[in-house]
Design a protein around this ligand. Structure first.
Ligand SMILES: NC(=O)c1ccc[n+]([C@@H]2O[C@H](COP(=O)([O-])OP(=O)(O)OC[C@H]3O[C@@H](n4cnc5c(N)ncnc54)[C@H](OP(=O)(O)O)[C@@H]3O)[C@@H](O)[C@H]2O)c1
Length: 214
């Protein structure tokens, strides 16, 4: 395992919790930042350290990264009904701290519909991404630009709708504007979280974005 000390951001969320569990299962040493650490208090193992913090606080983010990690895995998300860049702003804090204190390796969960996956999905997906998630996706697109300009060893995973599924199923993984046939435009949180860790360990995934779906 190349990156054994992981910092997980967004670990109290749906995908993030699965990511923590899967990382522990795979033997990583995990530190999770949480606004409310109690949300992770049911996961009791010496492999997991949970620290209180808020990604909107740049000073806290710097202090956190000073601890030293091998890689950062991020499933942060902010739902918003109006224009704004909360996710981009948090990502700027993260990138700035990583450039000062390391590490260089960063895997981020974005969303189908961002970048060259724009327009992918069925009619329902397109409706949701263009209407309900409109402002979220604008923020995510700008988050991806921050990553692209960061100079870090970033990789992005763009899932479609996440479903809470603790079982593993085969899924497709693709890049760019290709539109695989027969795609169901959803993926379980466990499979999406697992793919984040698969991508993490693949050095040939530096500077690339991937879509995944059942
Ligand atoms: N859900 C979907 O169907 C779907 C589909 C495609 C892509 N995505 C994307 O995939 C990612 C993960 O999705 P999800 O459904 O797991 O999201 P989620 O359940 O909403 O989790 C978001 C996480 O971000 C954390 N967070 C937000 N603001 C923070 C702050 N200021 N400081 C520290 N932590 C903060 C939340 O912490 P708190 O617990 O403290 O709020 C939570 O842990 C998101 O980027 C989402 O947009 C989701």
């Amino acid at each position: 395992m190349k990156y054994s000390r992981l910092l997980v951001l967004g670990g109290t969320g749906r995908a993030g919790r699965q990511l923590i569990l899967e990382a522990l299962e795979r033997g990583y040493q995990v530190t999770a930042l949480a606004r409310d650490p109690a949300q992770l208090s049911d996961i009791q193992t010496q492999q997991l350290q949970v620290l209180r913090g808020d990604m909107t606080n740049a000073a806290q983010v710097e202090e956190l990264l000073k601890q030293g990690f091998d890689a950062v895995v991020c499933t942060l998300g902010v739902f918003q009904k109006s224009p704004g860049t909360p996710l981009t702003d948090m990502t700027r804090h993260l990138v700035s701290a990583m450039k000062k204190y390391g590490p260089a390796r960063l895997v981020v969960m974005s969303s189908l519909g961002v970048g060259d996956s724009d327009g992918q999905g069925n009619l329902l997906v397109k409706f949701v991404t263009s209407r309900i998630l409109k402002h979220v996706l604008v923020d995510k697109a700008s988050q991806e630009v921050v990553l692209q300009e960061s100079g870090l060893d970033w990789t992005v995973l763009r899932p479609p709708r996440l479903i809470d599924s603790p079982t593993r199923k085969p899924y497709r993984l693709w890049q760019g504007t290709a539109r695989p046939r027969g795609t169901r435009w959803r993926i379980g949180t466990l499979d999406a979280a697992s793919e984040m860790l698969n991508l993490l360990e693949q050095d040939d995934s530096f500077h690339s974005a991937w879509q995944c779906s059942y």
